[in-house]
Ligand binder design. Structure first.
Ligand code: 13P
Ligand code: SF4
Length: 309
């Protein structure tokens, strides 16, 4: 017999799914979301997959289980749909490390050059950018530009990673994701000592000295794809711990260990089933980007999506 809390969660998921159908809503969840939210979602993915899905869906309502910039990106791509973020206080500490005013100032201080902006940024920062990128396609986006010099914001680790992979001159912005920044070489050494057979996979938001230690560098969905086809059976996961759930679900015969127990993003853990239920019932918590910001931001996001990488 299934235990009661699991049965209750299953029932609540079915109720929310039925409500989503009535509302012609699609539920998207980032790979870091809590297990029950991933189980509820119509689609889980990394930032690139979720932005593509948000652009393609026929649903009238998009419930975005992620953080604020993700819902904004969906609104940028789908202005005629209602985009709901079940917890409006789910922000991103890295996205908050840059403002449009500060970026404008930086652009003025540099010679003319393209600005590549990680999707983990606010809509008004995207609006000042030439093109967006995600952790999955940053190298291809940088290589798609004819310029050999550019500014990449807001993640300094992603910028250094892109510079090392492309050989281009990349000006950095001093932003970072605290969840990934906290991972130290000593944590990796401890994890490797505890699991000597394991492959170490790291997210490009980690510091350069961590990426140097990695066997594989990938976005969250890139990690899921890599592990699925790998012959090895043990993996140390250098990203937010939420990813361990879909990894284990898709690969029950493989073993996953967090590179550090500190790698938890509190904002990614805010949304619960009750929040999704409430916002679908009331069609509340809408995120809508004003047209004056949306149109220039759309140009940068579309230039990335058009690359089909
Ligand atoms: P990806 O899922 O695109 O790898 O992004 C990681 C992340 O930090 C999202 O907030
Ligand atoms: Fe932002 Fe980092 Fe949390 Fe992703 S994991 S939402 S980049 S703070």
């Amino acid at each position: 017999m299934r235990d009661e809390p699991t049965q209750q969660i299953g029932k609540q998921i079915q109720t929310i799914k039925a409500l989503a159908k009535q509302r012609n809503a699609i539920i998207l969840a980032h790979n870091y979301q809590p297990p029950e939210i991933q189980d509820l979602a119509d689609l889980c993915g990394d930032s690139l997959e979720l932005s593509r899905k948000a652009a393609q869906t026929d649903a009238e309502v998009i419930v975005f289980c992620g953080v604020h910039f993700m819902a904004e990106t969906a609104s940028i791509l789908s202005p005629h749909k209602k985009v709901l973020l079940p917890r409006l206080d789910a922000g991103c500490l890295m996205a908050d490390m840059i403002t449009a005013e500060a970026l404008e100032h930086k652009i003025q201080s540099l010679p003319p050059m393209p600005v590549v902006t990680y999707v983990n940024s606010t809509a008004d920062v995207k609006a000042l950018s030439t093109v967006c990128c995600t952790s999955a396609n940053v190298v291809q986006v940088v290589n798609s530009l004819s310029a050999d010099e550019m500014l990449l914001t807001p993640d300094r680790n992603l910028a250094m990673y892109a510079a090392s992979r492309t050989g281009k001159k990349i000006h950095i912005w001093e932003g970072y994701c605290p969840t990934h920044e906290w991972l130290t070489p000593a944590d990796v050494a401890d994890a490797r000592a505890a699991h000597p057979e394991a492959v170490f996979v790291a997210h490009p938001e980690c510091r350069p000295e961590i990426l140097q230690l990695a066997d594989v560098i990938a976005s969250t969905s890139g990690m899921l794809r890599h592990v699925a086809q790998a012959r090895e059976r043990e993996f140390i996961i250098g990203t937010e711990q939420g990813l361990l759930y879909p990894l284990q679900k898709a690969n029950p015969d493989k073993h996953f260990y967090p590179a550090s127990k500190k790698m938890i993003c509190k904002n990614m853990k805010k949304i619960g089933l009750d929040d999704v239920h409430r916002c679908l019932t009331n069609l509340s918590n809408e995120v809508k980007v004003p047209e004056s910001i949306r149109l220039p931001a759309l140009k940068a996001v579309e230039q990335m999506i058009a690359l089909k990488i």
